[in-house]
Design a protein around this ligand. Sequence first.
Ligand code: ARG
Length: 483
Amino acid sequence: MWGGRFDKPPADVARAYTRSFPVDRRMYREDIVASRAHAAMLGQQEIIPAGSAKALTAALDSLLAELDQIGGPPADADDEDVHSYVERVLTERIGDHGRRLHVARSRNDQVATDFRLYCKGFCLRLAIAVLDLLGVLVQRAQEEAETIAPGFTHLQVAQPVTLGHYFLALFEMHRRDVDNILYAHTVADVCPLGAGALAGVSFDIDRESVAEALCFSQVARNSLDAVSDRDFVSAVLQACATLGGHLSRWAEDLVIWASPGYGMVRFDDAFATGSSMLPQKLNPDVAELTRAKAGAVAGAAAGWQATLKGVPMTYALDMQEDKRAVFRVEDDVLAALQALTGALSTLAVNRKRMATVASLGHPTAIEIADYLTEQGVPFRDAHAAVGRLVRVAEDRGIELADLDDAAFAAADTRLSADVRDRLDLQRAVARRTSLGGTAPARVREEAGRANRWLHWQREHVQNLVARGLPAALQPAAPAQADV
Ligand code: ARG
């Protein structure tokens, strides 16, 4: 492809080191679709003969169909990268027409275009997977709207909450993930093709028509920026790192909750694993692996930023490493999402045990302080009085509600026996009706809102899929057998 000025071929080790085909063959569809748009434009602008443009588009179409059949370019092809692979195959098939394709284009603007297309598709696949998880979260929130669960701070039982409220907290986190992912999609949605190697080209190309054919909503306005920038990769990886961090946090909760000391949830057999030696074990491997992968994903995002920051303007081969980072992250994050969504939708909740754990350590002591405050006692004084009461209960080894009237009166004369009713967990959560609070009534209301948001966002993403990706790059409808 570029041997003209060289005296000898590259050393085996140099070639093996610098070639990217084993990694970037994964984006053969993007490369073919982008080349097709380029070839059609070259014909339209009479930069190449109409016959060549026709031969190129037809050959690219059949190559795409063929590669789809066999699952992509053969792994053992010896080409430098996916771009040279496609050009070589075309030339083998249609001769000189194939040799005309690369006019007014460089692999620098070509690879940026391909990878932006790839990342747009990845963002949409990812958004769809997160929306699936969000659907399960709302459903579980509705089912567990009344379920008493321990609310922790410092991993100490702090106050009772409803489990539905917890699930809606996860909903909020992952809802923002969708926003982040769609932001990354917007960053990637700019067409660099036509920037050439770095300076633009001397032919009368039509960049707008290429961008439109490839469903980009903008054309890159500066050729230097177009070939050198990879902030869309940073945006994609950063969105994945944040998403991974969210997944990892509740995966960790489930690991804790499933341990015998808590015993509040049980992973379904289909989403747990056993021990080779200990017959009784049921291990939360799916959650553990998610916790681990989230670290690797965050590392990939940080690593990519470190790679990018020292690259002098404009293109350098450092950029080639962006694919490795994104592909690995894509595999990890999509697998984690699917596995964890399945684990969550089949998770068994032990409501009784949850309520028991939620009752440990006087988690409704604040109810007494609130009661006193309603009687006009300054909150600080109320806090101190209840602190003394907790101390008495702990010394006697009993619950606050089991203290006698004299103990209450000794803490503060304004405390009467009816305060005991407030210590009940159900009553405590039902009283927390403030906006964003944990009361079952609020949880139901918020679950309704969440459902409406989900409906709207699903439609939005479907529209982006339909309008934002060339037909050939849209996620395939599930095969009949999978439905
Ligand atoms: N394979 C390269 C990449 O992934 C594109 C080729 C550009 N190579 C070059 N030496 N200019 O970024």
